[in-house]
Design a protein around this ligand. Structure first.
Ligand SMILES: *Cc1c(COP(=O)(O)O)cnc(C)c1O
Length: 229
């Protein structure tokens, strides 16, 4: 087996083990292969090993891969997003994980409206309040969700976070837990166009903890494709 196939197999085993440990159904956790900065051949290899869901972080890079790869792939956009680039994602991404402000949500709604479709989005929160990371703050969460849920061509599907890096994965657990509690709070508000079913959290070095805390989407790059330059 090639290294990517081997890595994918191992990660699936680890996902199953974490689900077993926390009494969850492995089918409720989807693996997103984060392919940023990796060539199309790497995605093809992963696809040959059964991986169909990919996450990209840069609009320009996504556009190139989307054009080059004529495979039936599901694309998620997980990176910071400028409103003026939303048009390049229109109709192509199944889920945008990085919606952290009303102006961006409004632009996504407008663009998807042009093709008579509804965009699925996640609200991204910066729970560590790190200036280097995008994401809305927890204090404005409900107000932001309320505003965004009034937009016509959007569905809020859940929440996403990119917590501070911690040497020990266990130290990230409180952030994952906070995202889950925040999701419960937003779900309890019964907003229109909102079904809070997805928690996008966990990366290569902490996804097992994230699963124990309820992750439904884990975003894994390095552990599948190796280190990025
Ligand atoms: C790069 C990236 C990942 C993947 O990180 P790894 O540590 O390589 O698994 C996950 N989520 C986001 C938002 C990213 O930008």
């Amino acid at each position: 087996m090639n290294p990517i196939a081997t890595n994918l197999k191992l990660i699936h085993q680890q996902i199953e083990a974490s689900c077993l440990k926390s009494g969850r159904n492995p089918q409720d956790v989807r693996l997103i292969a984060v392919s940023k900065k990796k060539p199309p051949e790497a995605l093809e290899e992963a696809h040959n090993a059964g991986q169909n869901l990919f996450g990209e972080s840069y609009v320009q890079e996504f556009r190139q891969k989307f054009e080059q790869l004529s495979l039936p792939l599901e694309w998620h956009f997980i990176g910071g997003l400028q409103s003026n680039k939303v048009k390049y994602l229109r109709g192509k991404t199944a889920l945008i994980h990085s919606v952290d402000r009303y102006s961006l949500a409004r632009e996504i709604s407008q663009q998807w409206g042009k093709i008579n479709q509804t965009a699925s989005i996640l609200l991204q929160f910066n729970l560590g309040e790190e200036t280097s990371k995008s994401g809305a703050s927890e204090t404005e969460a409900l107000q932001l969700a309320e505003q965004i849920s009034a937009l016509p061509h959007l569905q809020i599907r859940g929440l996403m976070t990119l917590p501070p890096y911690c040497e020990k994965p266990e130290d990230v657990r409180p952030f994952f837990r906070r995202l889950r509690l925040l999701a419960e709070k937003i779900a309890a508000a019964n907003l229109p166009n909102t079904a809070v079913t997805e928690l996008s959290m966990g990366m290569s070095h902490d996804f097992q903890i994230a699963i124990e805390e309820g992750a439904t989407l884990v975003r894994i790059g390095t552990a599948i494709f190796g280190a990025r330059d």
